[in-house]
Design a protein around this ligand. Sequence first.
Ligand code: NAG
Ligand code: NAG
Ligand code: NAG
Ligand code: NAG
Ligand code: NAG
Ligand code: NAG
Ligand code: NAG
Ligand code: NAG
Ligand code: NAG
Ligand code: NAG
Ligand code: NAG
Length: 746
Amino acid sequence: MKFSAIAGVLFAASTAWGLSTKGIQNLLHRRLPAHANDFQFWLVNVKTNDTTNDHYTVTTTKKGEILVEGNSLSALSSGLHRYLTDVAGVDIFWYIGSRLDQAPRTLPKLTDVLEGTSIVPWRYYFNTVTFSYTSAFWTWEDWEDQLDWMALHGINFPLAWAGQEKVLVEVLQELGLTDEEINSYLSGPAFQAWNRFGNIQGSWGGSLPTDWIKKQYILGQQIVGRMVELGMTPIFPAFTGFVPRNISRVLPNATTVTGGSWNKFPEIYTNDVFLEPSDDNYALLQKSFISTMQRDFGQVTKYYTLDQYNENNPYSGDTEYLRNISRYTWESLKEADSEAVWVMQGWLFSYSASFWTDNRIEAYLSGVEDNSDMMILDLFSESSPQWQRTNSYYGKPWVWCQLHDYGGNMGMYGQIQNITQNPIAALANSSSLQGFGLTMEGQEGNQIIYDLLLAQAWSSDPIDTETYFKNWVTTRYAGAKSIPKGLYTAWEAMRTTVYNNTDPNISTAVTKSIFELIPSISGLTGRTGQQGTLVTYDPAVLVDVWKLFYQAAQSEKSLWNNPGFQYDIVDITRQVLSNAFIPAYNNLVSVYTGNSPTAANINAAGKALITILQAIDNVLSTNKNFMLSTWISKARSWAPSSAIADFYEYNARNQITLWGPNGEISDYASKSWGGLVSSYYIPRWEMFIGYLNSTAYASYNNSAFTAELLTWELEWNNETSRSTYSKPGNLKKVLTEVATLLSIAI
Ligand SMILES: *[C@@H]1O[C@H](CO)[C@@H](O)[C@H](O)[C@H]1NC(C)=O
Ligand SMILES: *[C@@H]1O[C@H](CO)[C@@H](O)[C@H](O)[C@H]1NC(C)=O
Ligand SMILES: *[C@@H]1O[C@H](CO)[C@@H](O)[C@H](O)[C@H]1NC(C)=O
Ligand SMILES: *[C@@H]1O[C@H](CO)[C@@H](O)[C@H](O)[C@H]1NC(C)=O
Ligand SMILES: *[C@@H]1O[C@H](CO)[C@@H](O)[C@H](O)[C@H]1NC(C)=O
Ligand SMILES: *[C@@H]1O[C@H](CO)[C@@H](O)[C@H](O)[C@H]1NC(C)=O
Ligand SMILES: *[C@@H]1O[C@H](CO)[C@@H](O)[C@H](O)[C@H]1NC(C)=O
Ligand SMILES: *[C@@H]1O[C@H](CO)[C@@H](O)[C@H](O)[C@H]1NC(C)=O
Ligand SMILES: *[C@@H]1O[C@H](CO)[C@@H](O)[C@H](O)[C@H]1NC(C)=O
Ligand SMILES: *[C@@H]1O[C@H](CO)[C@@H](O)[C@H](O)[C@H]1NC(C)=O
Ligand SMILES: *[C@@H]1O[C@H](CO)[C@@H](O)[C@H](O)[C@H]1NC(C)=O
């Protein structure tokens, strides 16, 4: 007998006759030990199927305890979160961590019942690539923070990729492939997401060590165990069909096709071999993969993530072919797990819209003959929704997702209107909409925008964002003796500007700073779309916000030591300086292309750029969340030897810079990090200024400069920093220097 998702939770719970609330109590012990005994959790009218919404109530008992009742574990943690944020005024955040221990010594009593009902049964989390852009090198402690954050924010449907390579390797070994053949297929620690998608294969700069596979497997088991304990239904990987090239050696008669080439990668690293689902071996491998997943990670889910054509078009556009592919794939899943539900990222339909015409989508989806056996993630719903043109995916259940961020880019950005109004409109218009979710490529600084959509999953009307921001600010700076009014004013100013982009012609996602791009005299400014460089608001607004922040800490000194405040003022300063870089850059270009482009004039204009970049590096280097050394030292910490640590560091450096052995998608996942600005971007701009002062405009040759630069970039990628991370600098001192630099009166 197969376990359903609910039965799976039962299986994992400590009592045989019901769900255990032990996971939530453990969370309290971790995060709020002083109040661990002040809460009671009761499951009532426990939901028995995956289409029921979650419901909680929170009250104070006669004995003064806070009683949370709910129909699921996720309802209980959502009710707990509601009390903690709205009543106790505390929360848990990405990067800055849990601030729940700042709750009042005596917990406030409730006079009224707090009550909440979700408007969708599922709250989905993660993009396949988040596992590479953000969590590639996370430790178990990082995951514990993240999973507590997820549980409290009502997430009940997360992807669970970590550790899958161990399973894949075992399945391929059973088939008779050698370790060398398998290893030649696997990608490095920072690039596994695209290997899992079948976009790339193999590893440059070194090969994936067995030690990595083993350690990630153990980590993956811990993650899944905790997800289940906290009431989440993990989504497991499945066998996709992508296999090592030498599959033909062990299965000489197998039907395979070669996938497309991805971006500008050389053939050796792309064009993955795809075993056609119609081949008898496909179902056998699926069965082997899924039974190994269940054996090693538990029979805790019936949901499987499976993407065959992400940024990789099918071999044929013939509708019968497409329908066959999905029908055989679906049958393979059902043979392996009779309850299986196929979860698919819908990105292909937006990214490859010219291939994926409506009738091809319909054909591909129709191969899954029972609608309830599939779940589509409408991946970029806030800007490029596909559910309307596909008539709600022709009846398949789907999830309204906010993507918001590409490549872990760091600009301040948000669309408060589209993420509150559009999901509500969709719910009214589509009966197969079953969840809201977050599918960012990387987690970054605009957390409020992610929190907002998750909150929207519990409100049948579009949330009043003015009130929402106010409450969020209160919890964000919990622990400060008081929260100056200026901080509320500052966030209100950001709500209506920075976080209220409505124009897709300007931008559809987090913006990028132009200094993170390869220097050039054209093409950097004015970019629109997914990694746009156009600032979507009046930059002066953010300077005012900066002043309000600085003044707030001057009037309330405890803010200088408040981690929420420290994080935000660094992020805002980063953005203010990035915005100031644009006119300085424009000036350099006009000096160079103008009437007196002397070396001295070019150098003077160029020096202004370097000064701003140095200031950016200084401010970022005050906070470990904005430092290159944090990323690198975490990567190195996974390695069993210094040679392997050097390979992990190469992976870490390469992903955020060249992204590929020779800059195949250079700067896609660029970061504004202390240590990266000073060691990578500043030298690039200095070389550019040097190129300009020695090259007449008439002879300017961008490809010549870029080629020269690549030689240096490749060397930087090979550098190793054996030191642990650098000590952060003094924030207040750096901020006064920034004020002087930008002539801001403080
Ligand atoms: C799911 O359970 C609810 C009650 O919790 C019930 O109303 C609904 O009909 C059930 N749906 C299915 C598909 O079983
Ligand atoms: C693939 O198989 C061929 C023999 O058919 C062998 O020469 C080659 O080394 C194998 N490739 C790898 C990566 O092991
Ligand atoms: C492959 O097909 C050929 C011709 O049909 C057959 O002779 C051979 O036994 C098959 N090999 C395997 C491994 O099935
Ligand atoms: C689709 O699969 C059927 C067998 O189920 C087969 O007869 C048909 O030729 C296949 N069509 C294509 C285009 O692959
Ligand atoms: C907001 O959503 C609407 C409706 O889907 C869309 O037309 C618009 O382009 C979106 N705005 C942005 C900035 O993407
Ligand atoms: C409602 O759905 C239909 C069909 O799926 C679509 O044509 C229409 O644009 C949708 N309306 C809104 C407001 O999204
Ligand atoms: C967001 O921008 C739109 C378009 O300019 C405007 O209509 C709306 O009032 C703005 N919302 C807020 C909260 O500023
Ligand atoms: C975006 O540009 C298109 C084409 O120029 C125009 O039709 C549309 O009105 C613009 N959208 C906004 C919100 O300005
Ligand atoms: C050109 O600029 C570079 C980088 O700023 C500088 O090192 C160099 O001295 C300058 N050369 C001349 C001739 O001014
Ligand atoms: C520009 O530089 C590239 C690369 O060095 C070279 O191939 C090309 O011929 C140059 N173009 C001109 C117009 O000199
Ligand atoms: C970087 O290191 C690799 C060895 O891992 C070497 O093959 C390559 O030549 C080095 N590149 C540079 C530019 O130093």
